[in-house]
Design a protein around this ligand. Sequence first.
Ligand SMILES: Nc1ncnc2c1ncn2[C@@H]1O[C@H](COP(=O)(O)OP(=O)(O)OP(=O)(O)O)[C@@H](O)[C@H]1O
Ligand SMILES: [Mg+2]
Length: 326
Amino acid sequence: MRIAVLHNRRPEISNPSCDLPDDEYEEYDSVATIEAIATALRLTGLAHIVQPVEATRDLVARLDGHFDFVFNIAEGVGRRCREAVPAAVCELLGLPYTGSDPVTLGITLDKELARRVVSPDVPVALGLTDLDQIDQLRFPVIVKPRDEGSSKGIRQDAVCFHSHQAVARAHALRTIYGCPILVEEFLPGAEVTVAIAGNGNNAHILAMMEIAPVDHESVFLYSLERKREFHSSIRYHVPPRLPQTTLQRIERDALRAYHLLGCRDIARIDFRLDASGLPHFLECNPLPGLNPESGDLVIATRSTLRYADLVCGILRDAAVRKGVAL
Ligand SMILES: Nc1ncnc2c1ncn2[C@@H]1O[C@H](COP(=O)(O)OP(=O)(O)OP(=O)(O)O)[C@@H](O)[C@H]1O
Ligand SMILES: [Mg+2]
């Protein structure tokens, strides 16, 4: 078995003279993540070749005939269809790959589309993409890129208390990132992320984790700044410090969202509670970050699952789904 670890690598050195924001490549994977996945796959002895392959323009030629399976973590290039493209190349070549298909990758990367798919079965915050209607929302609101991840563009100042502030924030995001905007009512309650694995009736919760600030904050955001300094500013609680009924509801809604969005093999789904304690879907990550130190899904599953078993579990689920013997 020859396995390609399909990825987009974060550039090592950012160029201070260029105009790109410092989180331009935030979603891309570090060499450490790519190597950790490759090492985990090699440890299993399931493959005699495990090779990192970057999702560049010549991807067809670099994959075709050289591999039997793809472990996909590639974020791609462009806007909301970028994650779908490397997976679509695998489809084109008839090459089995881990994780969700291009349709799911496209829908989930467009947060507004994902909200429409899961709602009303799963509650979402009131939100809109047309700034002309912003006064229909109750403030505070959060202004975020509609098609980004890894908190790219979501800094501590993403929460806005007045419409003029929100409009200015939206214009700034459009200018810096060239992205469409999603404005949502701010959910002030606890934040929980849910790791899910498997397919069909075998889809199951791997872990639920509450993400909380070290010190109480009146407006807590798991922002870019907080993610980058997570060692000192964030406490992760597994399981979340929430009532059993709330946890059961999050479990149910997470599995619902996983199925409604057509997720496969693995995903991480984010929730936040409103002021009355009702969980709301924020977004779904079908290519969850797998950095062994900082990946939220890895942190959430750390106490029950070794890193190598997590990675190989994703591969095994994909192989079973495709009927491929490992
Ligand atoms: N409606 C909301 N109410 C309160 N907080 C929110 C809301 N939307 C987003 N947030 C905060 O902003 C953070 C980032 O938002 P979101 O999960 O949508 O972005 P992301 O960049 O796709 O995240 P990820 O790193 O999980 O890919 C959330 O973890 C949460 O703390
Ligand atoms: Mg998120």
